[in-house]
Design a protein around this ligand. Sequence first.
Ligand code: UAG
Ligand code: ATP
Ligand code: API
Ligand code: MG
Length: 484
Amino acid sequence: MKLKELAGILPVEGTFPGDLETGGVSSDSRTIQTGDIFVAVAGTKADGAVYAADAEKRGAAVIVAAKGARLGSPSIPVLSVDDPRRALALLAARLFSGQPETMVAVTGTSGKTSVAAFTRQIWERAGFAAASIGTTGVVAPGRNEYGSLTTPDPVELHRLLSELAKAGVTHASMEASSHGLDQRRLDGVKLAAGGFTNLGRDHMDYHPTVEEYHQAKLRLFDTLLPKGAPAVIFADDPWSQPTIDAAGAAGLEVLTVGRHGDFLRLKRVEHERYRQRAEIEAGGIIHEIDLPLAGDFQIYNALVAAGLAIATGTDAAKALGALEKLKGAPGRLDLVGTTTEGAPIYVDYAHKPDALENVLASVRPFTTGRVVVVFGCGGDRDRGKRPIMGEIATRLADVTIVTDDNPRSEVPETIRAAILAAAPDAVEIADRRAAIREAISMLHAGDTLIVAGKGHEEGQTIGAETFPFSDHEEVRQALRELAA
Ligand SMILES: CC(=O)N[C@H]1[C@@H](OP(=O)(O)OP(=O)(O)OC[C@H]2O[C@@H](n3ccc(=O)[nH]c3=O)[C@H](O)[C@@H]2O)O[C@H](CO)[C@@H](O)[C@@H]1O[C@H](C)C(=O)N[C@@H](C)C(=O)N[C@H](CCC(=O)O)C(=O)O
Ligand SMILES: Nc1ncnc2c1ncn2[C@@H]1O[C@H](COP(=O)(O)OP(=O)(O)OP(=O)(O)O)[C@@H](O)[C@H]1O
Ligand SMILES: N[C@H](CCC[C@H](N)C(=O)O)C(=O)O
Ligand SMILES: [Mg+2]
């Protein structure tokens, strides 16, 4: 593409060599090829500006950077922009043209992966070629790939969206993480609707305060969605009202779901161990729904997903009917097995306080014996959540086993000690495999075990190395050995 065709994103007017042919775009100098545009972004670890020379050496045609960026003295043209990350996203969208026609994004502290997966399943049942993109990867017709980020970086994202569109995918749901929103990863995506689940403590290592964390999430509503677009907002969370206010002020069509919802009103719900029966009012009509998923919170995620599908044109009866066939996202209150005495063992991705609280509270009503939980906290992540999660486990579980969950560069004992400070009666078993075995071996009829924190993950990161590790596999293996 000629540089002048990127006017509107880049300041290429005037004497600039607008006829310059450019190839791809990247913010990582290590991936630059001859003719590419290098966008220097200020990161959390480094300032991309210092890699301008490396980008030039590798053949970059032009550098895009913030005004005043210290680029050294490149001999290729430099274009200054106000917001390099946004420019990167818009360039990626332009260079990889095409995206599924109908795209929705969901944000919130918990439930994003589930909502994205549910929305895709509802669309599939309504007959659309649909995809979902998020923490557990990309799922589309004939495609199921694991990805490393919840919201992929813009270049990856637009390469993917373009591929999906070419493969005939018309509908796609994606997760908008607070990092993704803050770093403008979705700024080039044309969104038809947005969803909000809830807000709790998360990523306090990245966002200075909860208010700023909420502000990052609000970018979906006040910046990214076009005026008049539907915003499907879960109405029963303490952060629902400020989100509704912001979406309203941005001129969006606010559609609330939940017990206090107007668009989809939850009139009644009975939680059973493995399913929930709900009465949902939509447009004055009551729908009786049998949701085949464990976990009280799943009905709320299902409402947001149905709201997004209906708001983007799926028939309400079809969308709500599809809830009866939903499959949970991998590792979200996932029943992996039961002991010979019948005690269920769930693997769940709760790695933040609200999620742990919800998952433990969810299984309590169906547990006549003890609730046992195995969990740890990740290294190089929010340290403040460790004692909070220790307290939650102590309050809501009968037996707490504290173990390791991706200690990364931190000393694992220190992480465990921070949790144990608020969980004095907890058992400490450093090795996660041993912790899972110990927990399973102590189960009796009526007990429930939750192995929390890793969900779908397939590795344990210790130092800089990631060893293969799956909670699902460990649970199955321990059950086999104990039964033998
Ligand atoms: C903290 C964070 O979000 N980091 C992300 C961010 O990196 P960064 O901008 O801070 O990068 P940096 O290392 O400071 O480097 C600055 C710039 O120099 C460039 N560079 C660096 C070295 C070099 O030789 N040449 C070069 O050009 C880098 O490519 C970068 O553009 O932008 C990168 C490109 O998009 C991401 O890969 C990277 O994700 C890291 C790996 C990460 O772990 N992110 C996590 C925390 C994350 O984003 N999580 C969220 C939420 C998860 C959830 O709750 O579900 C997610 O959406 O996944
Ligand atoms: N609506 C909800 N309210 C509270 N907790 C929830 C809700 N939905 C899911 N959870 C809990 O949060 C965990 C993660 O769920 P999910 O993966 O759907 O959320 P997420 O927002 O994508 O999380 P992440 O940012 O970690 O990827 C679940 O395993 C469950 O413990
Ligand atoms: N997307 C989250 C996942 C955390 C999962 C947990 N297992 C951990 O390692 O802390 C993160 O990278 O912070
Ligand atoms: Mg997720």
